[in-house]
Design a protein around this ligand. Structure first.
Ligand SMILES: C[S@@+](CC[C@H](N)C(=O)[O-])C[C@H]1O[C@@H](n2cnc3c(N)ncnc32)[C@H](O)[C@@H]1O
Length: 231
């Protein structure tokens, strides 16, 4: 038996190949970026403008699996870039809708990207991934602190925080009124970027905010917080 973790994602060979290809491009680019560049303030946005910085593939598999496990239908993705993780979110929600006998109007992925050029590329990849993926995605281009202010689904099942660290807490606070008891918040690099996530981590661990927190030992840590509020 192979010791390699199996890929849980069900998709056509063409889409699976596309995902492998996009992760390959992202990993190659990231290997060229020094950890110092991540910390620089000046020129950071310029440096990142053509970078995927996609969520690691094993983390994407985990989030996909999680969405299947609770039959999630409404997801917000903070930080979309070229839309790699979004494809996994959309595949899972699409499969949930089918197994629940629901149509595409009864689920949604809200994707957010500030950079116009990235938003354009993301749409191209989603188009290549096919109608099932594309039709569920509501891409909000612009600063998510504005674009997430309105028209959120009443009940959001999962929030993926894959965004620059200082934006993570403001994003959570914007979305929190629409979380329900049992909603999940995923935070990328919660260990690797712990110093820059200080405000977010303090907020999540403050009992009055009603989150239960776990760090999953993926590379640089993946935070998984469950919202227990609104019982
Ligand atoms: C880590 S990347 C997202 C990667 C993506 N989730 C994936 O797996 O392919 C974070 C993205 O957030 C975007 N971003 C940064 N500030 C933003 C803002 N204020 N509003 C919306 N998007 C923003 C960046 O341009 C960048 O593309």
């Amino acid at each position: 038996m192979s010791v390699r973790s199996p890929n849980p994602v069900i998709a056509s060979p063409r889409v699976l190949d596309l995902l492998d290809h996009l992760h390959g491009l992202s990993t190659f680019q990231e290997a060229q970026i020094t950890s110092e560049s991540y910390r620089q303030k000046d020129g950071f946005d310029d440096l990142m403008r053509d970078k995927f910085i996609a969520l690691d593939q094993d983390k994407c598999w985990f989030v996909y699996q999680l969405l299947l496990s609770n039959r999630s239908r409404y997801v917000v993705e903070a930080g979309t870039s070229f839309g790699v993780s979004t494809i996994y979110l959309s595949l899972a929600v699409s499969q949930n809708l089918k197994s629940l006998g629901l149509d595409a109007s009864q689920g949604k992925i809200i994707a957010t990207e500030n950079e116009a050029t990235k938003a354009i590329r993301a749409k191209e990849w989603w188009n290549q991934a096919g109608k099932d993926v594309e039709e569920l995605i509501d891409l909000r281009q612009g600063d998510l602190r504005e674009t997430l202010k309105t028209h959120l689904p009443e009940k959001i099942d999962l929030l993926l925080l894959d965004i620059w660290c200082p934006l993570a807490l403001p994003t959570l606070q914007l979305v929190q009124p629409n979380l329900h008891s049992g909603s999940v918040v995923i935070i990328d690099n919660i260990v690797g970027s712990a110093d820059r996530y200080k405000d977010l981590i303090e907020y999540l661990r403050d009992g009055k905010n009603d989150f239960r927190n776990l760090t999953i030992p993926y590379n640089k840590g993946l935070g998984m917080s469950v919202y227990m509020g609104k019982r």
